[in-house]
Design a protein around this ligand. Structure first.
Ligand code: PLP
Length: 420
């Protein structure tokens, strides 16, 4: 692109970006007291997203789409930074907002860029020796599995795999059976990306504590789907992102490290924000120590505009109410499950039936059609879905978030009906 072409495209792009951001002021919203199936309210919510009306987006489990308010917050902050030349360092307002949103203290939260980064910080940082055992599941995402497999390769740590049970009690029993004297940590998904089963995190954390085992959750799907309270769950570590169910900017995440286990973890990557003082001119050069909070796991320049987007995403959720969001996404999931159940024996629902084991993800198989063929059919009708080939599960995965409407779900059930 030459200079003239660049100026032309920038001139076209800028007015479109600013004029496109006409959205309701969320703080003026009257959220109905019983909003669960007040469809006019949820249509108003839908209107807050630029997501095209042509797209039936049922793949929030991969990536959440953001409302206008988030996109605008990022844009406005970027304009401020770039017109005034302000350096974007650690943002305490965003840390406070995340901490409030997930039931933690701000000094227990470190910014990351995604879930995988947090998973690596824990997998690399825990004090483990050859022969120590880590309990994981047969439902890991690549970003959950590889950090631990990497640690196993480097240090001879042993990964023990359990299957998920059909109920929370069965899953706990499977974990209990796998524990030995050498078990040092549980590294489990809170909600696996495969079938979206919600694991009983609080009971698992309590089990870990009772056996002197570290509890770590890959929480890619927790915040923004469930009304999360990490202090109530009482796990040691929880890694998540703001770009899925929180509907925040892409490439943003956070790691929770419980205060009492902060010093147990070895910070492997350090830089600005990690230390409590250093001196290269003394002899020998010194680093006094780490930052007294979880911020020690942050390093280097951060993106102030993305943090502004995180704050806006959290405000968006809080305006509706965290419990209101959880209730609605579960309601949409139940609508989908009930619809699929009417279609007879060619549908195999894989996500457990038990209400406490279900969130906003539904996985199923079609007995007479491959998932690849079904995906082709779905794409032709503008449904964005995910198929899960990982660990030979071969399921169709549907995620429903607050921007989805019951009509879309009914249309999806109708598509399945035509395929069986
Ligand atoms: C359970 C789970 N863990 C980890 C990841 C990786 O997330 P990220 O791309 O934010 O690192 C995903 C992404 O889908 C996931 O579902």
């Amino acid at each position: 692109m030459n200079r003239q072409q660049f100026l032309k495209s920038a001139a076209l792009a800028l007015p479109a970006m600013t004029s496109g951001m006409t959205y309701a002021n969320l703080h003026g919203w009257q959220v109905p007291t019983n909003s669960l199936n007040d469809e006019s309210f949820w249509k108003l919510v839908r209107s807050q997203f630029p997501l095209s009306k042509e797209v039936n987006y049922l793949n929030n489990g991969t990536m959440g789409v953001s409302p206008y308010s988030v996109i605008d917050a990022v844009y406005q902050k970027a304009v401020t930074i770039n017109t005034k030349g302000i350096y974007g360092g650690g943002d305490h307002e965003a840390l406070d907002a995340i901490a409030r949103f997930v039931g933690a203290n701000a000094d227990e939260i470190a910014f990351t860029h995604n879930v995988t980064e947090g998973n690596n910080i824990i997998a690399q940082g825990l004090p483990l020796s050859k022969g120590d055992e880590i309990i994981m599941t047969s439902h890991e995402h690549v970003g959950g599995a590889l950090p631990w497999l990497n640690r196993a390769r480097h240090d001879g740590v042993i990964i023990k795999i359990i299957n998920l049970g059909g109920t929370a009690a069965e899953t706990i029993a499977n974990i209990e059976k796998a524990i030995t004297k050498k078990t040092k940590a549980f590294a489990l998904p809170h909600i696996p990306c495969t079938i979206g089963q919600v694991l009983p995190a609080k009971q698992i954390a309590a089990l870990a504590k009772s056996k002197n085992i570290f509890s770590f959750f890959d929480g890619a799907h927790g915040p923004g789907m469930l009304n999360l309270d990490l202090h109530d769950i009482d796990c040691d570590f929880y890694s998540s992102c703001c770009h899925k169910w929180m509907l925040g900017p892409k490439g943003t995440g956070f790691l929770y490290v419980k205060k009492s286990v902060l010093d147990v973890l070895k910070p492997v990557m350090v830089g600005a924000y990690s230390d409590s003082g250093w001196d290269m001119l003394s002899n020998p050069p010194t680093m006094n120590g780490y930052s007294p909070s979880a911020h020690r796991f942050c390093y280097g320049t951060q993106s102030a505009e993305l943090y502004e987007g995180i704050i806006a995403a959290i405000k968006f959720h809080e305006t509706i109410g965290k419990q209101g969001v959880e209730d609605r996404v579960k309601y949409l999931t139940s609508t989908l499950r009930d619809g699929l159940k009417t279609l007879g024996p060619n549908i195999e629902l894989v996500t457990p039936e038990e209400p406490i084991s279900r969130g906003a993800v539904t996985a199923f198989r079609l007995k007479n059609m491959t998932m690849q063929k079904f995906q082709e059919m779905a794409n032709k009708e503008n449904f964005t879905i995910r198929t899960v080939a990982e660990n030979n599960l071969n399921v169709i995965r549907i995620s429903t978030h607050i921007y989805n409407q019951p009509d879309e779900i009914n249309a999806f059930v109708d598509l399945v009906k035509r395929c069986i």
